[in-house]
Design a protein around this ligand. Structure first.
Ligand code: PSU
Ligand code: MN
Length: 305
């Protein structure tokens, strides 16, 4: 059986020419941000990657085809579409089998990136262990994906809506390298730092690229989590975010939100409670991650040549 893979014209050309490619997820577009900011961000992030000398590959399932890179019209349509499925590891094959359309999470984007030979992927924040997971068992499949799929994921840490300490514990158990960039502390998404120290620190993209390649050479499965703090001028201090997060969580509980709906609900509620400031910070950190990811992808390509 041949996989129904479709490459955008730009990605097909980059693959032929050996230009570094950076994968991008689509759940952040369909479930993580409101329209029209979502399409503006999606376009800006792609442009940032091109400016940095790499080619963006936004990943999604459209009518049963796994797309590696979206054409402009496809990206526009996805950003406006309603009721798009959120696809993680468990959902990818079923969506393709049905001829459906869905946006890929971090886990599903990693799977697609590996299939396409893309080593580096930029996003906002990974999913993780939710607060209260000891009762809900809500742990994102993103963590187990990092343990088994060899893609380096650049994120601004884990969203502070999660139990970040437990998230780091699961990543350690799963053998996932968690590498902070430019600081010792693990970043907290909207805030540049957290009270938690990251297990590893590397400030040089070339070293991160080398570690990526060395994992494969050592026969280790899985990827790396590169934790890139939001630029200081764009952050919302953790003390300001804490009550907002608590309020959003209480609202989620009161409304009985569960499963896949939890993360999108919390992000939307936090957007409302901060009068949009959370989104402004979110945009800044994703673009910052895209630039670093392009640098790491270029180094991986250079070191392989
Ligand atoms: N980070 C964001 N916005 C998002 C997400 C992460 O800034 O929308 C999405 C990612 O796609 C991530 C997913 O993989 O949330 C995690 O969802 P869950 O907790 O249901 O696994
Ligand atoms: Mn979950």
């Amino acid at each position: 059986m041949t996989l129904p893979l479709t490459f955008s014209a730009e990605v097909a050309q980059a693959r032929a020419a050996g230009t570094p490619i950076v994968a991008l997820e689509s759940t952040i577009i369909t479930h993580g941000m409101p329209h029209p900011q979502n399409i503006e961000v999606a376009r800006a992030v792609e442009a940032d990657i091109r400016t940095a000398g790499a080619v963006p590959a936004t990943i999604a399932v459209l009518d049963g085809q796994l797309h590696i890179g979206l054409e402009t019209t496809e990206l526009d349509a996805l950003a406006q579409a309603r009721n798009v499925a959120k696809l993680s590891r468990a959902d990818l094959a079923a969506c393709i089998a049905r001829g459906g359309t869905g946006a890929t999470t971090v886990a599903a984007t990693m799977i697609a990136a590996r299939l396409a030979g893309i080593a580096v992927f930029a996003t906002g924040g990974i999913g993780g262990v939710h607060k209260g997971a000891e009762d809900s068992f809500d742990i994102s499949a993103d963590l187990m994906e990092l343990a088994q799929t060899p893609v380096t994921v650049v994120a601004a840490g884990a969203k502070a809506i999660l139990d970040v300490a437990k998230t780091l514990e699961v990543l350690e158990t799963q053998g996932v390298p968690v590498i902070a960039v430019g600081q010792d502390s693990f970043p907290a998404f909207w805030s540049a730092s957290s009270p938690l120290k990251a297990p590893l620190r590397m400030d040089d993209p070339a070293q991160i690229a080398k570690a990526h390649t060395l994992r494969a050479a050592l026969g280790l499965p899985g990827g790396q989590l590169v934790a890139n703090p939001i630029p200081a001028e764009d952050e919302i201090p953790a003390a300001e975010m804490a009550p907002v997060i608590a309020q959003a969580q209480a609202d989620a509980k009161a409304h009985g939100i569960s499963g896949k709906a939890v993360t999108p609900y919390l992000l939307q509620r936090i957007f409302e409670l901060t009068d949009g400031r959370s989104l402004t910070a979110n945009i800044a950190l994703v673009r910052n991650n895209a630039r670093l990811a392009a640098g790491i992808a270029a180094e991986i390509a250079r070191q392989a040549a």
